[in-house]
Design a protein around this ligand. Structure first.
Ligand code: SF4
Length: 483
């Protein structure tokens, strides 16, 4: 995945199904289409006649379930699954989800996409009260809260716990009697409900996972909602009315698959619109437009269409790079660019090229790609980025929580241009991004979280507040923030 080269990683993908005899296999298919959201570990828990059992391990889904007997062993009528990228908690098998808990009086499995921002303080409180954690993932906290709650029903205990955790979460839970989904009060991460022909219900991080199992989209889970699916169908309850929709804009820009829809907007279309707007905001005279495969191809096609400059295939991606070459270390990631991408000499030699990419994180990948194009003979390389500069950390589930890792936090556009060796460089504006995605909600940025670009976070930062304020003060003291 280019995601691994770029070092900008989504935390996870979740999936769930209720009411289908092939629940384990459907989870496998669903998770397979969500693999781009996390490649470090995967797992499935199923429910057969009210008994929960699971399998999880480090690696890609196909590696975790390479022994097909595992899926046969997990046969059941309902199940949840998870693909993981570790941002909170280390990359250890103990942190691979779904977590399966068997108590003397109940069984419950849990999987999470997102990041809690009060996890450290909650864990301290829980441990002081005698809780013993088995992982260092923030996901386990919810289970301790559910068990500790004195409410009468499981649903009420879950609701109380959801009001205690803060940050970004799309949870799927499995009990002997129900499949449950829950979304945080800002709806940072997408979570959709689908229904299969036989009536089975499906929950998935992205609608592409509904398509792959042949489920029809029913509705998106809304901020502050709980969806409870059992043999009588599905029902929606709320655990809070203090909600404000702020869907992560990076889902549209980079993370989600182009064939997914989020809040009714197709991801490819949003990206293409970003490319079109970028062509209006930052035109340049050139012979061709090329996109960095794969996530930038939609934006590049939009730029070409709006500018009237031909779209060409100036970069090709090698689909068969051994995974071992792409480890999550910066040095290997940089090497990975050469392994993964090649410039097409016959296309770019002697030409003025517009290279469209969706984002610049540290700048190292962009520098390497510009270098590849120049080595292949490109006369000029004009870099156009279909999102604004990434200047602020994300605390809601993307693995960059440190401003030092973001080149745009420290350098002006001109300085970045120089560092990556491009002939010109422009970013899409914040307004252009919001307009291109085209949400129409009555909320800041029309319902999008743009904190990565603006530094305005839609929630208090809880455990991260002090550190963040210190960093911000330091940056403001040393120099004005530059676009
Ligand atoms: S800060 Fe950025 S990456 Fe994080 S949720 Fe908001 S838009 Fe998404």
């Amino acid at each position: 995945m280019v995601a691994e080269i770029k070092s900008l990683n989504e935390e996870c993908g979740v999936f769930g199904v209720w009411g289908h005899p092939d629940a384990a296999q459907l989870n496998f298919f669903g998770l397979h289409s969500l693999q781009h959201r996390g490649q470090e570990g995967a797992g499935i828990v199923t429910n057969r006649n009210g008994r929960l059992k699971g399998h999880r391990d480090l690696g890609l889904l196909s590696e975790v379930f390479k022994d097909e007997r595992e899926l046969i062993r997990l046969s059941g009528e309902a199940g949840i699954g998870h693909v993981r990228y570790s941002t909170a908690g280390s990359n250890s098998i103990l942190n691979i989800q779904p977590f399966l808990f068997k108590f003397h009086d109940e069984e419950l499995a849990l999987a999470h996409n997102g990041n809690l921002i009060n996890a450290v303080s909650l864990r301290q409180e829980l441990e002081q009260d005698g809780a013993i954690f088995h992982s260092n993932s923030d996901t386990e906290i919810l289970m301790h809260l559910i068990r500790k709650s004195k409410q009468d029903t499981l649903i009420d205990r879950i609701k109380e716990s959801l009001n205690t955790v803060k940050g970004a979460f799309a949870y799927v839970m499995l009990t002997p009697d129900a499949l449950i989904g829950a979304l945080d009060p800002n709806g940072f991460r997408p979570l959709s409900i689908g229904q299969m022909e036989n009536g089975a219900y499906v929950l998935a991080s992205e609608t592409c996972a509904l398509d792959v199992v042949g489920a029809e989209f029913v509705r998106a889970v809304q901020p502050g909602e709980l969806v409870i699916i059992d043999d009588s169908g599905y029902r929606i309850e709320t655990y809070t009315d203090q909600t404000l929709l702020q869907i992560c804009s990076m889902e549209f820009i980079y993370f989600a698959r182009p064939d997914s829809n989020i809040a009714g907007v197709n991801v490819h279309t949003a990206r293409k619109n970003m490319g079109k707007r970028l062509a209006e905001e930052a035109p340049v005279d050139a012979d061709m437009v090329i996109g960095v495969p794969n996530s930038s191809l939609s934006a590049a096609s939009g730029y070409a269409e709006a500018s009237g400059i031909p779209y060409e295939m100036g970069l090709v991606k090698n689909q068969y790079v051994a995974r071992t070459f792409i480890q999550p270390t910066q040095e290997l990631r940089e090497q990975g660019v050469r392994m993964k991408l090649s410039a097409v000499r016959g296309v770019v030699a002697g030409k003025k090229v517009i290279m469209v990419d969706d984002s610049i994180v540290r700048g190292t990948t962009s520098r390497r790609i510009v270098q590849l194009l120049k080595e292949a003979g490109a006369a000029e390389v004009h870099v156009r980025i279909s999102s604004p500069p990434l200047k602020y950390p994300c605390f809601y589930g993307i693995d960059i929580q440190n401003q030092k890792e973001l080149i745009a936090a420290d350098y002006s556009v001109e300085e970045i241009r120089e560092k990556i060796g491009a002939d010109s460089l422009s970013f899409l504006s914040v307004e252009g991004t919001v307009d291109s995605i085209g949400l129409k909600f009555d909320a800041p940025h029309n319902g999008l979280c743009m904190s990565y670009f603006t530094g305005d976070y839609p929630t208090p930062l809880y455990d991260y507040e002090t550190d963040y304020m210190k960093t911000l003060a330091k940056i403001r003291e040393s120099k004005p923030l530059m676009v």
